[in-house]
Design a protein around this ligand. Sequence first.
Ligand code: 5GP
Ligand code: MN
Length: 328
Amino acid sequence: MIDFLLLKRIISENNSFLLSTHVNPDADAIGSEIAFCQILKKLGKTVNIINHSKTPYYLEFLDPENIIQKFDVEKHAHLFDEVDVLVALDLNSSNRLVKIEKYFNQSIKLKICIDHHQHPEEFVNYFFLDSSYSATGHIIFRFIKETNIVDLTKNIAVPIYAAIMTDLGSFRFDRTTSKIHHIIAELLDAGADPVDIYDKIYDQSNFSKIKLLGETLSSIQLNHSKEIAYMVVTQEAVLRTGADESEVDGFVNYCLSIKEVKIGLLFFEMKDGVKISLRSKGTIPVNLLAEEFGGGGHTNAAGTRLFDIRISEILTKIINRAEYYLNQ
Ligand code: 5GP
Ligand code: MN
């Protein structure tokens, strides 16, 4: 149970807030930040949103006032010791803040975390975390409904809709319930336009993304039992197609669209290491697999980043461990 009254009290007792989210932010990360920011602004609070990564172009519409800033040490480091409260959204371990981690952890200001991932690391004073929620945006929706802290206006409904819709895989993932659809009805009544939001996130891609998707799909291989599918994205392919890292978000899901495949893996070659995205069907806990390699996430969607290593050095190891979870 999340103590929403405590969250409300923290807001009322403080004036300035700094919000941040994870590297490679998705629509739940950005949507939660914007929705929470709008609540705070309606209450007259001062809000900064500072992220490690630039907002991907297909999510910029969620931030029409251009509030989110990409972290710059010179410009922003001092803020971590000046604001009253630091708020981490849609993450539960500080390493996902990357360049921001040091400033977040060093600060002696009040720190809170609003999130829906499993197995939190101790890095804040208060957690508002429950992994049964579909999205961090869903937690913010409940917070508004339970405390009546502000009205559910369109500028809050749109980012919350985007957060829930994307984290539920457009309402095809496990936690899609009738309760969720009732929430969605309220968000639509408050002004969220599902056609427009879907179009902006998924159907306004750069051509380069679709070219890279094509190459990535061509790279798919299956393990010997044909239950694990894996794909590779190289830096060379990214540079040649002109796509960027954020555009790879979602590619891994195609692995699970193959008959009999229960685990999907995407190996993304970064400049300084490998980012691995893991997906599964049913009860196969890919978060535990990711945790073995320093990452985490949810039962059916997890990830990790490994530094100073090549894909060829890690691929077989990960597939062997994936086979272990397959057979549990
Ligand atoms: P994605 O594969 O889309 O990047 O991430 C899938 C899920 O795994 C998300 O819920 C995300 O929060 C989590 N995740 C991705 N990368 C990491 C990581 O490096 N560490 C942890 N703890 N979780 C991650
Ligand atoms: Mn999320």
